[in-house]
Ligand binder design. Sequence first.
Ligand SMILES: [Fe+2]
Length: 467
Amino acid sequence: MTHSFPDNPFLSGPTAPSGIECDAPDLIVEGELPADLQGVYFRNGPDPLHPPREGEEYHWFHGDGMIQRFEFSGGRVSWKNRWVRTEKYELERAAGKSLFGVLGNPMTADPSVAEEHYNTANTHVVWHGNRLMALMEGTIAVELEPETLATIGNFDYHGKIDGPITAHPKLDHGTGEMVFFGNQAKGPFSEFLRMNVADREGNLIKSEMVEAPFPSFAHDFFVTEKYVVFPVYPLVFNLERAMTGGIPMAWEPERGAHLGVMPRNGTAADVQWHSMDPRWSFHMVNAWDEESVIKVDVCASNASRFAPKLDGSMASADEGLTPTLRRWTIDVSGSTNAVGEEMLDDLPCEFPRTDDRYMTRSHRHAYLVGGHDEQLMFNRLIHYDLKTGSRKLWGEDQYLLGEPIFAPRSDTAAEGDGYILILAYDQVTALSQLLIFNAQDIELGPLARAKLPLRIPSGFHGTWVGA
Ligand SMILES: [Fe+2]
């Protein structure tokens, strides 16, 4: 018998578990789907199958990964969702209850899973090397069958990756390479980062172990055509806090923020560290080279609410908790190791995306969501045209918006010529809709709304794979 879910902000409202796998062959569409929108939108997010273990506090990042698959073809759209069959999912489904501690905490786990692999596979879903991979940052990828979403199994680059890999790999559409890093690469609480490169076919061709100034939590990183940049924010892994059952990190602003720069054709011995005032960021927009400078557009804040300070207090609003769009510049000529920062806007922002074909290269268009930053729920879509400096907004208060995904009109379409897809939650009807916008004119509102017959829990990241 499965018991009910406890009271928790992430187990109710838009993030409440769905408990269901579905196949909808032909969704009802309001408006008109563009005929040239042909391909599949995959999205990942947490959808816990069972309540947490007795007495444990649930965390949003702990839910079992559920993949949503929307296929656009001939002016119609189908929808399918499937849980990723991780070891955790299979063991807990067989037991009919949670066995793993929240966020993999071994202190609260059932003894039967003490030696088992903790993987939620709930953060991103990425297509590279002819593989669809569900990712979380704590461990290796899980490969999925792209049509059925059936789980094929763990993918560790044929035994070459044995540690965590980021949920935010970078795809270089020029070389076809995927560049990705791993945090805590020499085990929990270690300050080592591993940088990996897979070639166009998905073969691991490079792996470098980099020593950071201290062990910190970084969810994303930066890659240009020439460089890899490892951010080290003062959100510091803290073993003592972990031993007392709290979040295993502390916000230690006095340590500052540091960016480690490594040439993509270099080694760990070539890493140069650049420093700035304390900063925190979940996600960057994009990074690129401009002569002897690396530029990074990033949603960043001056302080983090993700963990308490060493004295147990939380950073306050006047320390700058709200992420806003900034441009960081890193001089690689050797003349300074200070990171420059320019504020591009003061709107709260998150889930930044570009036209993925420009990842690692200078981009013109950026798409983000903003509005409310509490619990990462947003109700404004933002489009920045960085060439003209213009900003366009769309939003209706009743809709909470997920990550905006850009789908080009065709493989050869110009940057920004295409559509924005957003999975939205209608707070009035408590149902979800997939909204489709003209990426050049979001202020017009959605061109089409594909209506879901139920609510898809708010989730994290996704990918467009064109037909
Ligand atoms: Fe993320």
